[in-house]
Design a protein around this ligand. Structure first.
Ligand code: MSP
Length: 500
């Protein structure tokens, strides 16, 4: 079994922000979970370095585009480890190996008859590096995303014959209803296709900052085609041996809703034109909003992920973003909401549960987990939990899966209150009952820690170590007293200190 997950590659025209961290965290949760299942995993992220937005930003700073790209690519590269993202490679579209693949694949698209020369005229947003359809433009001719004035552009270009894929794309959406999710995004992409596909420019004439068109060196490829191909090119040079056969096609492309059309329409058409296999799923997440607006570099209302991580650590940020904003929908983020989740859920519900349980195991049983059967009362909540979580993550329902786990965190907290082990400990005759309650709590915590590994890897690891559990694979989330036999309980400092 192999699993290949990607994030969009980020524009290097400015520094990373929370919106970028968001997709990287989500992809990391999927990658880590699939590794726990014993699958062969490849997780790709990187930077999109060509095109007008980057050239314009460099120009404004009075430096060469490559210099700006080098500078900012480093910052994106540094973001991944700070988020504890376990990406297997970091692609830059200025890598010469990537450029060679772009030239090769797009030449094949041309040889296959899907490229022709023509004139393009339309309303263009230089920040999106995209022409806008008439129905996206309002009366004042501004970009709906960046609110800047659109420019009327006319140029001699090579075109990609997108219209040739009308029927095949409709068939794709008919046959594979899970190609794009959530359903609302599937519908949006399909209705765009049904409204009639028009050919799109494949090259730009006036720009020089891009991958050169091999059959006409006065042109560079339109940045989106160059960028999309990163998902494919990376596998050919990320390692010494070519990984394409193992990982292509991608299992999941995670993207934001603003780049749906490129991934759900252009990309499958391009792959068809190049005779390459299509990805299995495109999952579209919403925007993180602050004051009701999308956070973005160009709008300037940016919450700095580096600052959040420095104060609370990456686990807290990872948890908050996937817990508070249903993955797949828009959602507001704020410091107040973050602090509330941190205190009430991470510190109180999980942190206290863990420290109480471990303290009781030491106090009442000297750190040796009682070797007795688990309380059947919790069977219904815990027995099928790992499968339930896996099924949700298979559908990229990351908030749903986290919620399924969290319901059990709460269930265990209720269990402690109901059974009141401190009362049982007062009565020697009730020792077997206390054994069962402690064994059940320890097993429950172990299951939760294993399942939480994908979301909060550092805290999960600390908790598992304290529980004396060595196994991190999903099999250790079995609801079974023998899943971690004979382990001694260790010490645990507060998982989520309140003074953070
Ligand atoms: N370079 C292109 C992607 C090419 S992929 C072949 C691009 N880059 S971007 O840096 O502008 O955006 C990258 C991703 O970040 C997009 O999926 C976008 O939706 C996401 N986000 C940017 N701001 C965001 C929020 N405020 N909230 C959530 N995600 C948002 O587009």
């Amino acid at each position: 079994m192999s699993f290949y997950v990607t994030t969009p590659i980020y524009y290097v025209n400015a520094a990373p922000h929370l919106g970028h961290a968001y997709t990287t965290i989500a992809a990391d949760v999927m990658a880590r979970h699939h590794r726990q299942r014993g699958e062969e995993v490849f997780f790709l992220t990187g930077t999109d370095e060509h095109g007008e937005p980057v050239a314009d930003a460099a120009h404004a700073l009075g430096i060469a585009p490559q210099e700006l790209a080098d500078r900012n690519a480093e910052r994106f590269k540094a973001l991944a480890p700070q988020l504890h993202a376990s990406n297997d490679f970091f692609i830059r579209t200025t890598d010469p190996q990537h450029e060679a693949v772009v030239q090769e694949v797009l030449s094949r698209v041309r040889e296959n008859g899907y490229v022709y020369e023509g004139t393009y005229e339309g309303w263009y947003c230089p920040r999106c590096a995209d022409f806008k359809a008439e129905n996206e433009i309002d009366a004042d001719r501004r970009c709906p995303i960046h609110h800047i004035e659109l420019t009327r552009e006319q140029e001699q270009n090579y075109f990609f014959r997108l219209s040739a894929f009308q029927d095949r794309l409709e068939a794709l959406y008919r046959e594979r209803e899970d190609f794009v999710a959530p359903r609302s995004r599937y519908n949006e992409a399909l209705s765009f296709i049904r409204s009639g596909l028009r050919d799109v420019p494949l090259t730009r004439h006036k720009l020089t900052w891009g991958v050169q068109v091999p059959w006409d060196p006065e042109h560079v490829f339109y940045v989106w085609f160059d960028a999309l191909l990163n998902y494919y090119s990376a596998l050919s040079y990320a390692r010494e041996s070519d990984l394409t056969a193992t990982f292509w096609p991608a299992t999941y492309h995670l993207i934001g809703k603003d780049i749906l059309r490129f991934h759900a329409v252009y990309w499958p058409a391009l792959l068809m034109a190049a005779e390459l296999a299509l990805p299995e799923h495109v999952f579209v997440h919403g925007f993180l909003l602050m004051d009701g607006e999308k956070m973005s570099k160009s709008l300037g209302n940016v919450l700095d992920p580096f600052a959040v991580i420095e104060r609370y650590g990456p686990d807290a940020l990872r948890f908050y973003l996937l817990r508070d904003v249903p993955f797949g929908q828009d959602g507001s983020v704020s410091t107040a909401a973050f602090e509330l989740r941190y205190e009430s859920e991470l510190a109180n519900e999980l942190g206290n549960l863990a420290s109480r349980t471990i303290a009781m195991a030491h106090r009442y049983r000297d750190g040796a987990p009682p070797a007795v059967a688990l309380d059947p009362e919790l069977d219904r909540d815990f027995a099928g939990l790992a499968q339930e979580v896996a099924a949700l993550i298979d559908r990229a329902e990351l908030t749903g899966a986290l919620d399924a786990i969290w319901q059990r965190v709460r269930r265990l907290n209720r269990y402690v209150e109901e059974r009141a082990p401190w009362q049982l400990a007062k009565d020697q005759a009730r020792a077997p009952e206390l054994d069962q309650v402690l064994a059940t709590l320890l097993a429950g915590l172990r299951v939760l820690a294993v399942l939480l590994h994908a979301y909060i890897p550092t805290s999960s690891d600390r908790l598992l170590t304290a529980l004396g559990a060595r196994e991190r694979s999903l099999s250790a989330a079995r609801w079974d007293a023998t899943a971690a036999p004979g382990a001694r309980i260790g010490q645990l400092d507060a998982l989520f200190p309140k003074s953070a």
